[in-house]
Write a protein that binds this ligand. Structure first.
Ligand SMILES: Nc1ncnc2c1ncn2[C@@H]1O[C@H](COP(=O)(O)OP(=O)(O)OP(=O)(O)O)[C@@H](O)[C@H]1O
Ligand SMILES: [Mg+2]
Length: 252
């Protein structure tokens, strides 16, 4: 069954009952605090994606970074909520960090089968989708258990056709792909060839310039549409250190 048609008629899809179970994580600013400064920065990111000079609006967007813990999953999740909040846009947040899934911590569902089990032929897409309380936002988790051959799976023909199937044929569907860090794995490099656009996350006072540059060298430059400077401490007083985002266009 065509995935998006199925989503439109959700009663026909075996969307997992064990979906989101509890309150979503506080870091989902777009959900909990849509009028906060941070949410506003995420909206800026969304707007920038929709108004890229001289190129079509990308529909398959990968979020990656050089190092672990720079905020890829958090940015992916908040960006996905922000796009889904638009009038007409449907979003599938696809977790491609298949070595270390984490979206279930943010959206509070149990570790669930997903990309890996689909590629292994053990599950169908419809079996794996997790419905969220946010209208028009669905998640495809990475895996219930980390596979022994993650890179091989992501490099397979099956992965290419999965992305093709998921992006579908309508132009109001967006795929936000959360990935692992570039320095730790080859996975983002593999996925980069299959996406329309790439957003790089860097973390304030954490990512070194050399790490960032090395990561960029592993990506197709023309697909990198911007960087997010994450977790800026805006206020000098540490006890009130709000963590914020800032979107910057990357100039090569
Ligand atoms: N802007 C922020 N404000 C507050 N906490 C943040 C922010 N960005 C990231 N964090 C925290 O830092 C940790 C790492 O964030 P996250 O999991 O999004 O990073 P990641 O790049 O996806 O990590 P990994 O490489 O392990 O996948 C999490 O505990 C998250 O809550
Ligand atoms: Mg992550």
């Amino acid at each position: 069954m065509d995935l998006w048609k199925a989503l439109e008629k959700q009663e026909e899809v075996d969307i997992r009952d064990a979906g989101v179970t509890a309150n979503l994580d506080d870091h989902l600013y777009m959900y909990h605090m849509p009028y906060s400064y941070t949410a506003e920065q995420i909206r800026k990111l969304r707007t920038a994606i929709f108004h890229l000079e001289g190129r079509k609006v990308p529909r398959v967007i990968m979020v990656t970074s050089a190092l672990p813990s720079e905020g890829k999953s958090l940015i992916s999740a908040n960006l996905a909520i922000s796009i889904a909040r638009g009038e007409d846009q449907h979003v599938l947040l696809v977790e491609c960090d298949i070595r270390k899934p984490s979206l279930h911590h943010l959206f509070k569902y149990p570790p669930s089968k997903g990309v890996v089990e689909i590629l292994q032929g053990k599950a169908s897409v419809a079996d794996c989708l997790v419905k969220t309380p946010i209208e028009k936002l669905t998640i495809l988790p990475a895996a219930r258990e980390a596979p022994v051959n993650p890179s091989e799976l992501l490099e397979s023909k099956g992965m290419k056709s999965l992305i093709k199937e998921l992006s579908g044929r309508y132009n109001d569907r967006y795929l936000i792909i959360d990935t692992s860090p570039i320095q730790a794995t080859v996975d983002p490099k593999i996925l980069a060839s299959q996406v329309d656009a790439i957003i790089m996350v860097t973390r304030y006072r954490y990512t070194r310039e050399a790490d960032f540059k090395m990561a960029l060298e592993n990506l197709p430059r023309d697909k990198v549409i911007g960087t997010v400077l994450n977790a800026i401490d805006e206020l000098p007083a540490k006890k009130y250190s709000y963590k914020k985002y800032q979107y910057n266009k990357y100039y090569s």
